[in-house]
Design a protein. Sequence first.
Length: 327
Amino acid sequence: MNQKGFINILVVIGIIILAGAAGYFALVKKQEPIPQQITAEDETTNWKTYSNEKYGFKFKYPLDLIVFEDGPYNSQSGTQPNSLETVSVGQFVNIEIFNPGIVKNDYDWPERPCGEWSFSPDDKPLLSEPIIFADYKTLHVVTRTSSETSDYYCVNYPQNPLVISFDQTQENQVKKILSTFKFIKQVPPSAMILPVPSPKKKTLPTDYLKAEVIYVTLADLAGSPNIFLGKKVHVRGYLISTTKYYGPNPEFAITDHTNEQTRFKVTPWRVFEVPPPPPGSTYEQPLTMQNYLNRIVELTGFVRQTGPDGPSSFYLEVLSGEYGIVD
């Protein structure tokens, strides 16, 4: 074998060795386990779940945190509306729950509780933007004090609007918690009118049937009731009882809820309560005034006056069957 042939053989052997080595290392690398990236979703898998059946929401939170429930809170300041309940996740998140009616329109929240920027050095929010949170219209507000910057998610959930607030120093952890937040009872964004059983038929005066309905605000009705005297009006408000102890003739009024000084007396349109059905009965309980109490109601009726004693003598004579509950 000449020298040239010997060199060719060595070249071929070298190529075979290199190819074999490359194949070996590729096989070893393929068999090595690839470390999995931990996502926020994976991180929350083993978290505890908090569920609030009464107000219809749930969320997950880390194992080392504790959830506290507190409330209701009755404000003494006159500017902070009363809250039904506060749910706190450790020192991270506060969730305040309010009665319906605190939000005027989709994103029209009052400064308190949504931001409270009057107490900030800026005298205005750093950010105020409409967003969608957990499928509901939400006003996202960012404000600061001398010591911290806070986020507020003011969620227009029709059943019970709520405000979620947290300190931005905990933003990363809080956003993982909020990514798991869900409403249990899905309520349509528009007010939900519950079905009302048909009242017993009765003959109504002609003016009840033919009178034109005037749509008024509670503020206008309570402020100038004499303008609407004898007229048929439609008004929206929060129904309360104005009698401390329920006697044979309980009295009611509708209020602005955020300012209970704005109120207007209304007549009951159903009995106050009925005895519960006997055990095993299939009888369907009729709606009573108890079903409407402490809820937003839509009422239609005639403005009447009992005497010339001023604004407190005016009241709304509610028409049978022309009402609904906004839940």
